[in-house]
Design a protein around this ligand. Structure first.
Ligand SMILES: Nc1ncnc2c1ncn2[C@@H]1O[C@H](COP(=O)(O)OP(=O)(O)OP(=O)(O)O)[C@@H](O)[C@H]1O
Ligand SMILES: O=P(O)(O)O[C@H]1[C@H](O)[C@H](O)[C@H](OP(=O)(O)O)[C@@H](OP(=O)(O)O)[C@@H]1O
Ligand SMILES: [Mg+2]
Ligand SMILES: [Mg+2]
Length: 335
């Protein structure tokens, strides 16, 4: 199927390849025989941010090809694929990928739709984390106390107090659906202000953490940590004085990198690597996912008390150092 081309035909082959005749077409000099075909179903924005040229070129050298899935054709009529990489929303796609998974057990679906669904709900996302067996590690992992409000925010105020939640609380949409709305977060300083919020919500205790958070990117067995700016501590004085509910922006987005900031070491010190590796391993098993990141904060004033506040499926990996090589190695190990 493949031929090693004389230099004269190289331009033609390169054009064929650039026009998408790759993956089963001509092998370019320096490229290995095709080893793995990765079909992908991503939004245009995600495809642009994740499937950058450097990743495709490095992958192709290892015989790994990325092939776009045509959403207007039956998935089973496409391929054959070794891996299907996907991040699309909506019940229709979920049905397609679940049906495909049943009919093609030989194909690695990254990641199983049921596992993704679990972390698209901010309650089930964090269930089981506090029970993880990390005893022999140099850190302790917790989840902030939280409560789900499905309807009638007004009565939730009494329930929150009865549940022992301490204000201020971070109010987060219960469902994550990829829209900006699922990232609209609020700080509620007093119980009366909860009536202004729109359920379904999760109310999560705010944990002081010095204004820096850690994003732990997980790609299979590989982890990489970055620091991001976060919400500042809330003093007792502020708690006593401030009332109401306040929406806040996406304070820890990629633009909020704190990796090169001059920070208090007790706040900025990364969680111990063995601890993170053990946590990532336990979470891979608990969640059944291979592509996710973990948002962690260190309890202010502690050395190794950490809280997991959020877990994201197939996050913005292009912000992870050396992501191209990490993914080439990840896929190469599957071949
Ligand atoms: N319980 C908490 N205590 C202190 N700060 C918090 C807490 N929950 C969230 N935050 C702050 O709000 C930010 C966003 O929270 P979270 O990550 O849960 O929202 P998100 O919409 O899922 O964000 P993304 O998916 O973009 O990471 C966190 O990075 C942190 O700065
Ligand atoms: O800074 P990160 O990589 O965490 O930003 C992610 C974010 O955590 C969520 O995973 C977003 O996905 P949704 O939760 O589905 O909105 C990612 O958006 P995406 O368009 O890249 O999938 C952010 O990159
Ligand atoms: Mg987050
Ligand atoms: Mg999130």
């Amino acid at each position: 199927m493949f031929g090693t081309l004389a230099s004269g035909e190289l331009e033609t082959a390169r054009l064929r390849r650039d026009l998408g005749f790759s993956c089963g077409g001509i092998r370019m000099e320096g490229e290995q025989t095709q080893k793995l075909v990765v079909g992908y179903a991503l939004t245009p924005k995600k495809k642009k941010s994740f499937l950058q040229p450097k990743l495709e070129v490095l992958a192709r050298r290892k015989g790994i090809c990325f092939v776009p899935i045509d959403l207007n054709r039956p998935l089973s009529e496409q391929g054959p694929f070794d891996v299907v990489l996907h991040k699309l929303l909506g019940k229709e796609w979920q049905d397609v990928i679940e049906d495909y998974q049943q009919k093609h057990p030989e194909v690695t679906v990254l990641d199983p739709p049921g596992a993704i669904q679990r972390i698209h709900n901010r309650q089930s996302m964090l269930e089981g984390l506090a029970d993880l067996n990390l005893s022999d590690c140099s850190g302790n992992i917790f989840v902030p106390k939280q409560m789900v409000v499905l309807k009638d925010s007004a009565s939730s105020a009494d329930r929150a107090v009865e549940a022992g939640l301490k204000f201020p609380l971070v109010a987060k949409p219960l469902w994550i659906d990829g829209t900006a709305k699922s990232h609209q977060l609020f700080l509620a300083y007093d119980k009366r202000s909860l009536a202004e919020l729109d359920p379904p919500l999760v109310l999560q205790e705010f944990v002081n953490h010095g204004g820096v958070m850690f994003k732990v990117f997980v790609v299979g067995d590989t982890i990489k940590v970055v620091r991001r700016f976060s919400l500042p501590n809330i003093s007792n004085c502020e708690k006593a004085k401030v009332d109401g509910v306040f929406q806040f922006p996406r304070v820890s987005s990629a633009a909020a990198s704190a990796d090169n900031a001059d920070l208090d070491p007790s706040v900025a010190e990364l969680p111990p690597k063995p601890f993170l590796e053990a946590l990532a391993k336990e979470l891979r098993i608990l969640l059944g996912l291979r592509l996710f990141n973990i948002d962690m904060i260190r309890e202010h004033g502690s050395k190794n008390v950490f809280y997991v506040i959020d877990i994201n499926y197939f996050p913005g990996y292009a912000k992870m150092p050396d992501y191209e090589q990490v993914f080439v190695d990840f896929f190469h190990d599957m071949a």
